[in-house]
Design a protein around this ligand. Structure first.
Ligand code: ZN
Length: 170
């Protein structure tokens, strides 16, 4: 291990990283973008389980590849997630078209991301599966910073920016 590496990732650390997410064929699905890295509090399930598990023990300054199976990612696709609803389920002004992603209500009333599959007359076929369900996730991760969470961050259950004192309203 290089001596340039910093602290290791474990529960109670705030981790700042850049990532690129690809599918098995190498198509880019998502990334943290070129400017602001993302930040999360390790050990509380803020990120998908397989990614959190893969990052445990990695150290500040490391670059790593983490492969996450659907079971440890966004789940397998559930055929029951494909449903037909009528057009009036949506607000009149909704830009209805195949591929539109919208927020729907999950089985426990929680907000979930759903997708319009197709529209036939008054019938709209929607998919309540997460867009990344059933996909093996290939993450390229670059770990910029690993630091102890502050007491306030642990109490809030989320990070507060680079210095741990980011101002916000709760
Ligand atoms: Zn807070």
């Amino acid at each position: 291990m290089s001596s340039n590496l910093g602290p290791a990732i474990e529960a109670g650390k705030v981790v700042t990283l850049h990532y690129t997410l690809r599918d098995a064929a190498g198509n880019e699905l998502d990334s943290s973008g070129s400017d602001e890295p993302i930040q999360y509090l390790h050990g509380i399930g803020m990120i998908v389980p397989g990614l959190e598990e893969g990052l445990a023990g990695k150290r500040q300054g490391e670059k790593t590849k983490i492969i996450v199976k659907p079971d440890d990612g966004y789940g397998e696709r559930d055929p029951r997630g494909i449903q037909e609803v009528t057009r009036d389920t949506f607000p009149a002004e909704a830009p209805l078209e195949a591929g539109l992603e919208f927020e729907a209500e999950g089985p426990d009333g929680e907000p979930i991301l759903a997708t319009v599959v197709k529209i036939e007359g008054d019938n709209v076929t929607i998919d309540l599966n997460h867009p990344l369900a059933g996909i093996t996730l290939h993450f390229d991760v670059s770990i910029h910073e690993v630091r102890d969470a502050t007491a306030e961050e642990l109490a809030h259950g989320h990070p507060h920016g680079s210095d741990g004192h980011h101002h916000h309203d709760h």
